[in-house]
Design a protein around this ligand. Structure first.
Ligand SMILES: [Zn+2]
Length: 150
Protein backbone atom coordinates (compact mmCIF):
# COMPACT_ATOMS: atom_id res chain seq x y z
CA UNK A 1 0.00 0.00 0.00
CA UNK A 2 1.53 3.28 -1.13
CA UNK A 3 1.16 6.52 0.81
CA UNK A 4 -1.22 8.80 -1.15
CA UNK A 5 0.72 11.84 0.05
CA UNK A 6 4.38 11.05 -0.61
CA UNK A 7 4.16 7.78 -2.52
CA UNK A 8 6.32 5.87 -0.07
CA UNK A 9 5.48 2.19 0.13
CA UNK A 10 6.50 2.06 3.73
CA UNK A 11 3.12 2.34 5.48
CA UNK A 12 1.70 0.41 8.40
CA UNK A 13 -1.77 -0.37 9.73
CA UNK A 14 -2.66 1.29 13.01
CA UNK A 15 -6.30 0.29 13.28
CA UNK A 16 -8.72 -2.13 11.64
CA UNK A 17 -12.51 -1.98 11.79
CA UNK A 18 -15.42 -3.59 10.01
CA UNK A 19 -17.62 -1.38 7.89
CA UNK A 20 -21.42 -1.70 8.05
CA UNK A 21 -21.26 -2.60 4.34
CA UNK A 22 -19.14 -5.67 5.15
CA UNK A 23 -15.88 -4.11 3.99
CA UNK A 24 -12.82 -3.77 6.18
CA UNK A 25 -11.55 -0.31 7.01
CA UNK A 26 -7.88 0.07 7.85
CA UNK A 27 -6.34 3.18 9.31
CA UNK A 28 -2.78 3.46 8.04
CA UNK A 29 0.19 5.64 8.74
CA UNK A 30 3.06 6.44 6.42
CA UNK A 31 6.43 5.83 8.03
CA UNK A 32 8.10 8.35 5.72
CA UNK A 33 5.86 11.43 6.07
CA UNK A 34 3.73 10.31 9.05
CA UNK A 35 0.48 11.23 7.29
CA UNK A 36 -2.49 9.03 8.18
CA UNK A 37 -5.05 7.72 5.73
CA UNK A 38 -7.75 5.07 5.58
CA UNK A 39 -8.46 2.32 3.11
CA UNK A 40 -11.55 0.18 2.75
CA UNK A 41 -11.24 -3.33 1.40
CA UNK A 42 -14.25 -4.91 -0.11
CA UNK A 43 -14.94 -8.51 -0.91
CA UNK A 44 -15.86 -8.61 -4.56
CA UNK A 45 -18.41 -11.30 -5.16
CA UNK A 46 -17.95 -13.01 -8.46
CA UNK A 47 -20.91 -13.88 -10.57
CA UNK A 48 -20.90 -17.29 -12.24
CA UNK A 49 -20.36 -17.56 -15.98
CA UNK A 50 -23.49 -17.91 -18.04
CA UNK A 51 -23.62 -20.91 -20.38
CA UNK A 52 -25.51 -20.11 -23.56
CA UNK A 53 -27.61 -22.49 -25.58
CA UNK A 54 -24.79 -23.48 -27.92
CA UNK A 55 -22.37 -24.04 -25.01
CA UNK A 56 -20.72 -20.65 -25.34
CA UNK A 57 -19.91 -19.00 -22.03
CA UNK A 58 -20.14 -15.34 -21.24
CA UNK A 59 -19.97 -13.07 -18.21
CA UNK A 60 -23.21 -12.43 -16.34
CA UNK A 61 -24.41 -9.22 -17.94
CA UNK A 62 -26.64 -7.24 -15.63
CA UNK A 63 -26.95 -4.39 -18.14
CA UNK A 64 -28.17 -6.73 -20.85
CA UNK A 65 -30.96 -8.02 -18.58
CA UNK A 66 -31.79 -4.44 -17.59
CA UNK A 67 -32.09 -3.24 -21.15
CA UNK A 68 -34.22 -6.24 -22.15
CA UNK A 69 -36.52 -5.52 -19.22
CA UNK A 70 -36.71 -1.82 -19.98
CA UNK A 71 -37.83 -2.63 -23.50
CA UNK A 72 -40.40 -5.13 -22.25
CA UNK A 73 -41.72 -2.65 -19.67
CA UNK A 74 -41.93 0.34 -22.03
CA UNK A 75 -45.12 2.30 -21.40
CA UNK A 76 -46.16 -0.14 -18.68
CA UNK A 77 -46.83 0.96 -15.09
CA UNK A 78 -43.46 -0.41 -13.96
CA UNK A 79 -40.97 2.03 -12.45
CA UNK A 80 -37.25 2.10 -13.11
CA UNK A 81 -36.83 1.16 -9.43
CA UNK A 82 -39.03 -1.91 -9.88
CA UNK A 83 -36.84 -3.03 -12.77
CA UNK A 84 -33.62 -2.43 -10.80
CA UNK A 85 -35.06 -4.35 -7.87
CA UNK A 86 -36.03 -7.23 -10.11
CA UNK A 87 -32.51 -7.46 -11.49
CA UNK A 88 -31.05 -7.19 -7.97
CA UNK A 89 -33.27 -10.06 -6.93
CA UNK A 90 -32.25 -12.24 -9.89
CA UNK A 91 -28.59 -11.37 -9.33
CA UNK A 92 -28.85 -12.36 -5.67
CA UNK A 93 -30.55 -15.63 -6.57
CA UNK A 94 -27.88 -16.47 -9.13
CA UNK A 95 -25.14 -15.60 -6.64
CA UNK A 96 -26.80 -17.72 -3.96
CA UNK A 97 -26.47 -20.78 -6.20
CA UNK A 98 -22.77 -20.52 -5.45
CA UNK A 99 -21.79 -22.08 -8.74
CA UNK A 100 -19.01 -21.36 -11.22
CA UNK A 101 -21.46 -21.62 -14.12
CA UNK A 102 -25.20 -21.31 -14.60
CA UNK A 103 -27.35 -22.00 -17.63
CA UNK A 104 -28.61 -18.94 -19.48
CA UNK A 105 -32.00 -20.65 -19.49
CA UNK A 106 -32.07 -20.74 -15.68
CA UNK A 107 -31.22 -17.05 -15.46
CA UNK A 108 -33.92 -16.28 -18.03
CA UNK A 109 -36.48 -18.36 -16.14
CA UNK A 110 -35.78 -16.43 -12.96
CA UNK A 111 -36.23 -13.14 -14.79
CA UNK A 112 -39.50 -14.38 -16.27
CA UNK A 113 -40.83 -15.64 -12.95
CA UNK A 114 -40.11 -12.34 -11.26
CA UNK A 115 -41.51 -10.36 -14.18
CA UNK A 116 -44.72 -12.37 -14.28
CA UNK A 117 -45.73 -11.14 -10.84
CA UNK A 118 -44.72 -7.59 -11.72
CA UNK A 119 -46.53 -6.99 -15.01
CA UNK A 120 -48.23 -9.53 -17.25
CA UNK A 121 -47.97 -7.54 -20.46
CA UNK A 122 -44.26 -6.95 -19.92
CA UNK A 123 -43.96 -10.65 -19.14
CA UNK A 124 -45.52 -11.62 -22.48
CA UNK A 125 -43.27 -9.17 -24.33
CA UNK A 126 -40.15 -10.46 -22.61
CA UNK A 127 -41.24 -14.07 -23.04
CA UNK A 128 -41.89 -13.64 -26.74
CA UNK A 129 -38.30 -12.57 -27.25
CA UNK A 130 -36.72 -14.81 -24.68
CA UNK A 131 -38.73 -17.99 -25.30
CA UNK A 132 -38.53 -17.36 -29.06
CA UNK A 133 -42.29 -17.50 -29.38
CA UNK A 134 -42.30 -17.72 -33.14
CA UNK A 135 -45.91 -17.11 -33.97
CA UNK A 136 -49.19 -15.78 -32.65
CA UNK A 137 -50.24 -19.29 -31.74
CA UNK A 138 -47.40 -19.76 -29.24
CA UNK A 139 -47.94 -16.27 -27.81
CA UNK A 140 -51.61 -17.14 -27.40
CA UNK A 141 -50.72 -20.36 -25.58
CA UNK A 142 -48.46 -18.43 -23.21
CA UNK A 143 -51.24 -15.91 -22.51
CA UNK A 144 -53.71 -18.73 -21.90
CA UNK A 145 -51.30 -20.27 -19.42
CA UNK A 146 -51.14 -16.93 -17.60
CA UNK A 147 -54.91 -16.57 -17.53
CA UNK A 148 -55.38 -20.13 -16.32
CA UNK A 149 -53.10 -19.43 -13.36
CA UNK A 150 -55.20 -16.51 -12.18
ZN1 LIG B 1 3.95 9.44 3.10
Amino acid sequence: MKCPVCGSSSTHVIDTAREPSGGIRRRRECKACEKRFSTVERIVETMPLVVKRGGRREAFDRDKILSGLRTACAKRPVSADDIERLVDQVEAQVLALNKAEVLARDVGDQVLNALRSLDEVAYIRYASVYLHLKDLESVKREIEKLLAER
